[in-house]
Structures are given as C-alpha cells and as structure tokens.
Write a protein that binds this ligand. Structure first.
Ligand SMILES: Cc1ncc(C[n+]2csc(CCOP(=O)(O)OP(=O)(O)O)c2C)c(N)n1
Length: 627
C-alpha cells in the first residue's frame, strides 16, 4: 500500500523496483527518502547527518548497479540508513538499534544487500578487493563497489588496501564520499590537501569546464583521457590515486543525481581499479544538521520542525565526562601530560580539553595504531601521553600496545572508554574483550573503577605510576559517587574489601559490577571484594579469601574466557587452592544491539540475572560440594 506522504518511496520494496523507474523520477525518490530519514530518525534517534549526505549516492548506486548480485560495500555503515530503506527494510528502520530491531550497521545476517559486516571503519576497500578477487577467480562478471568516507580514508588499513588493489588487475570501484568531516572536523595532511585543492579557484573553474566536457563526451574514460594533460600534476586531487594504480575520476557533485547516474554508468563498464571522488555535504537537506554536523552525527530523538534534540535527563556525569574533567585537571597539574584521540573527541569527553589545551591535544584521525605508537614515542622523550580510546577500537592497536608500549615499559596511560556492553551500537562496538587481552601483557597495570571517584583516582594513579597503565570504564553514568577534587594515587595491586560475610561465600566483582553485587552480598551474607586491579592481582588478599571461604564467585563485564575470573582462578590454583568457582561474565557469543540494560540482560549481567545465578549456584551444588 502506498503512503501518501511518500508516494514513490512506499512503493519501492527492493532495488529492482527502483530500477524499474524512469531516471526522471529519481530526484523525487531522493526527496522522499531524505524526508523519510528525517521523519523516522527524529522519532527514535540514530546516525543521521552522514545518511542525509549519501541519499543521492545510494539511489544512484542501486539504480545503476545490479545489487545484490553486484557487491556494494559500505565503510563503517553509519551512512547506510538510506541503503537499508531502499533494500526492503523501510518500515523496520524505526526499530534500528533497538533490541531485536534492525542492526545499527550493515550486517550480513540481516540482508543479502549487506555484503559485508561493518561498524569499525576503513575495512571497505580490503573487503571489496577480496570480493573482486573471488569474482575473478570464479569467473563471475559481477561489479564490486566500496564506498568510503574521507574520515575512514585516514586509516592505515584503507591505504594498505589501496596499495594492494592498485597493483592488481582486478575490476573494482572505490568511491570516496568526501564531506570534509569525520565525526568532528576531519584532520590530517591528506584532508587538508583535498580541502585546499577543492576550494582553489583554479580547480573550481576546471571543474566547471570538465562538467561541460562531460556533457559532450560519450564516456568518462574519454573524459579522463582528454582532460589528463591539463589537469594531472597541476591541481587534480586524484594524482596520488593515479600514482597508486587507480583510474581517478572526479570530483563529482554527490547531490546531482543526473551526474552521478551518468558517471556510474560509464564507470560500470570500465576494467581495472577505478576511483570516483564524490563531494557531499554531511547533513544535506536538513538545515540544523548542515549547520552543525557534529551535533547531528548521532542525535537522540528530536523535534523535526524546530531542530530541538530532546535531552535525556542525566542524573550525573558520564564516565567520559569524568575522564574529560580529570584530563583538564591533570594537564594543569603536570605540564608533561598530553591527550591523544583517534577521531573521537566528542565521544571520549575531550571537547573542553581540546579548547583549553590546543597545543597538547592530538586528534590523529581514525588511526588507533598510530595513536598508540605515537604515545610510545612521546613517552620516550619526557611527555606523559594519555590515549583515550574505546575498548573495541583498541583491538585495532593490539600489537602497538604490546610491542611499542608495554615491552618497552613506557609510561603511557590508556583511558579505555565503552569497556563492557555499549548498547545500541551493537556487536561491533561491545567492549567485551579488553580485560582478557590486556591482562596477559607483561608490565601493564590494568584497573577497573567501581564508581566515578575511583575512575578519577585510578587515572591519576596511572600517570603517577610511571608505567604503562590502563583504566577501563563503561559507557554512560556510574552509580553516582561524586569525584573528589583531590587526587591521590591508589596502592598498586590492592583490592578493596567492601563487606566481610559469614556465610563462607566470597563475591569478587570488577568495575561496574561491584555496585551490582552489593544487595546480593547482603542477602547471602557474603564477603564482597572490589578487585580494582585486574593486573597486578592482590594475591595476598586472594589467598586470605581462599583460606577463609568455601566458594568464590567472580563477576565482570568482560568475556568469561580469559578474564579477571580466570586470573583469580589461575592465581589461587597456583597457591594450591581448589575451592568451587562460579565465573560470571559475558558468555561465549556475540551480544547484539539493544539498550545497555538489554545487552546486560542478554549477557546475564543485569542485577536480577546475577542474583539468581549466584543464589542458585550457592544454594544447591556449590554449597553441597563445599561442605
Ligand atoms: C576503527 C574505528 N574507529 C573509530 C570509529 C568511530 N567512527 C564512526 S564514524 C567515524 C567518522 C567517519 O568519517 P567519514 O568516513 O568521513 O564518514 P562521514 O561520517 O563523514 O560520512 C568515526 C571516527 C569507528 N567506527 N571505527
């Protein structure tokens, strides 16, 4: 049934329907699609400005290419809402990020049009190249297209893939969606170069000229060939891509559907690695988002008419804000301290710091590996770098952490945000593994705060330790313990005893799980320990607990496999203790999107699940075994 608000769009149930339309109707489809995004995202929040910028590109791609037979690979996937709408998921868009609703990013299990699972950036060219090689080897004639933003192009992986693809004789198209923005302003020499060249008068006139040429010429190939002499080496932003073995075309106005369709049709039939540079505007078509694309990157629900984003009532500061305040205070206290972010200024709570300490603030673009090694170098020569990084993005920089920091015992502080379950961003962004992959690295100190004040004191402890040290804290707010202005270093490797119980059961909890276990410890008259340090462990206290209790429960917001519970069991087993253990943590499966509470419940880590799991275990088999 067609919806009068979106007469064309509501009749499109697949890209095949779109391809059946005359080209003259595509502009109207784009207008409706944009309005649909505004109407829908305003109700439930979600990634917004990036999707508004890719409306025309998405329509053109599905119109020209034979998706899903032709492979369309989106980078990161936060700009893929229009793609979801055009590929049979229009009505479900309102469920995106919600429990059992659409996934936040393209996901292979969700749709055959989602050719590659994404969420972490800069993977699209590698994945598309892999598909192009597979097509070549199996004799498939399909086309493969990667769409990557200028922010995502700043990562090493993207260049590794370009470097490889340009040396091969494979048919693939890389589209650079250039809007001059990452989540915040895009940074780096490459981005500056594009901006300089594209804003140059000379280039603008050449572009006008080439537009006219395009109209007269049958193929883009010919355009590229004929315009080569006067453009290449002078101002053409694509010279570097040409040098890497790509045939560079562009820039093309990414909101001009006619030009996009004509260009893509020409490119579809070209052999070898092709590179199309498309200029778009983040937030296109929604004035508030065009004016402030940072604010509108991923807003909550908003009033579409007034542009007012409805604020959730916060009862206290988030952990990211606690970190941001601490970083400012620490920078004031110690002139050696510098802050590093891989393109996550807003999310990591560093806006204020970046304003107050611009000389000591380094946004390195989406380059987690570089961020960590850069910090290593800084620490070698007297600085005390603080790398703010999300747990799931730290996965990218593992070797750098081991080889460039820990092995050299360099004093780098890691503020690991979004550790544990993150909610709406789903499986790709869950910070499920950091305790497991960190605690096995020699020299590292690994801390997890149980509340806001402890977070601040641990961050201070990390810098004061003069060693590589990690503080991992969850998304959102803590239990509401006000952070003391005064900073004091905690004794390294000392846990905190919260409650001495008489039942013989000890609960050892980590970070955010400590307050979750308080009521349970009272109910069961159990001892409650706030582990504080996952590394080094408080062996003395653990041995005392093991010798005075009959069973131990460990609770952590990290995978059970190899986590803090395993560390405790290993330690006690080495001391000869064989008492019963229950290890609670994230189970051995990926936890999908939903609210943070939904995710905790799905992992069995919400308060009721913890309480019932421990109570059952303690009352029946463990107690019997322990008697
Ligand atoms: C490895 C990794 N680091 C950081 C992020 C967070 N992130 C999501 S989108 C984004 C900006 C992407 O910019 P760009 O590719 O230019 O897309 P735009 O939003 O401008 O359309 C960042 C930093 C991520 N998804 N993956």
């Amino acid at each position: 049934m067609t919806n009068p608000a979106y007469p064309l769009l509501s009749a499109l149930n697949s890209p095949a329907d779109l391809r059946a339309l005359p080209a003259a109707q595509l502009d109207d489809v784009a207008t409706e699609l944009r309005q649909y995004l505004i109407d829908t995202v305003s109700q439930m929040g979600g990634h917004f400005a990036a999707g508004l910028g890719t409306v025309e590109l998405t329509v053109a791609l599905h119109y020209v290419f034979d998706t899903p037979e032709d492979r369309l690979v989106w980078d990161v996937g936060h700009q893929a809402y229009p793609h979801k709408v055009l590929t049979g998921r229009r009505e479900k868009l309102r469920t995106i990020k919600l429990k059992d609703g659409l996934a936040p990013f393209p996901t292979r299990s969700e749709s055959e049009y989602d050719t590659f699972g994404v969420g972490h950036s800069s993977t699209s060219i590698s994945a598309a190249l892999g598909m192009a090689i597979a097509a070549q080897r199996s004799g498939h004639k399909r086309r493969v297209v990667a769409v990557i933003g200028d922010g995502a192009l700043s990562a090493g992986m993207a260049f590794e893939a370009l470097n490889h693809a340009g040396s091969l004789d494979v048919d693939m198209l890389v589209i650079l969606n250039d809007n001059d923005m990452s989540i915040s302003e895009n940074v780096g020499a490459f981005s500056n170069y594009f901006a300089r060249v594209l804003s140059g008068k000379l280039y603008a006139s050449l572009r006008e000229g080439s537009k006219k040429v395009l109209k007269r010429m049958p193929t883009v190939w010919e355009l590229a060939r004929r315009s080569e002499e006067h453009m290449k080496g002078m101002v053409l932003p694509g010279t570097i891509f040409e040098e890497m073995g790509f045939n560079y075309i562009g820039p093309v106005d990414g909101h001009d559907l006619g030009a996009l369709v004509a260009t893509l049709k020409n490119l579809r039939d070209l052999r070898g690695p092709q590179f199309l540079h498309v200029i778009t505007r983040k937030g296109k078509g929604y004035a508030p988002a065009e004016a402030d694309p940072i604010k509108w990157h991923g807003p909550g629900p908003f009033d579409a008419k007034s542009g007012e984003i409805f604020k959730e009532k916060a009862t206290g500061p988030s952990y990211s804000q606690i970190f941001g305040q601490w970083l400012c205070d620490m920078a004031e206290l110690d002139s050696r301290v510098v802050g590093i972010t891989p393109a996550m200024r807003e999310g990591s709570g560093m806006v204020e710091y970046s304003r107050r300490f611009p000389e000591r603030y380094f946004d390195v673009a989406i380059a987690e590996q570089h961020a960590v090694t850069l910090a290593g170098g800084m620490a070698c020569d007297g600085l005390r770098p603080v790398v703010a990084i999300y747990s799931s993005f730290l996965q990218r920089a593992y070797d750098q952490l081991v080889h460039d920091v820990a092995l050299q015992n360099l004093p780098v502080t890691f503020a690991v945000d979004r550790a544990g379950l993150v909610g709406g961003d789903g499986a790709t962004h869950q910070g499920s593994y950091d305790l497991s992959f960190l605690r096995c690295i020699p020299n590292l100190i690994v801390m997890a705060p149980a509340n806001e004040n402890e977070c601040r004191q641990m961050l201070f402890t990390a810098v004061e330790s003069e060693r590589p040290a990690v503080v991992r804290y969850p998304r959102g707010q803590g239990p509401g313990v006000a952070a003391e202005k005064n900073m004091r270093a905690l004794p390294i490797g000392k846990a905190q005893s919260m409650r001495e119980g008489r039942s013989g059961l000890a609960i050892i909890a980590v970070g955010a799980m400590v307050p979750f276990c308080a009521r349970l410890a009272d109910q069961l008259d159990a001892t409650l320990i706030n582990l504080r340090f996952v590394k080094p462990l408080d062996e003395e206290l653990l041995v005392r607990i093991a010798s005075t209790h009959r069973a131990i429960v460990t609770v952590e917001e990290n995978v059970v496999a190899g986590g803090a519970g395993s560390a405790i069991a290993e330690c006690l087993s080495a001391h000869g203790y064989t008492l019963p253990f229950l290890h609670l943590g994230i189970p051995d499966r990926f936890i999908e999107h939903g609210s943070r509470s939904d995710c905790l419940a799905a992992a069995g880590l919400d308060i009721p699940s913890i309480e019932s799991a421990v109570t059952r275990w303690w009352h029946v088999p463990a107690k019997a075994a322990a008697r």
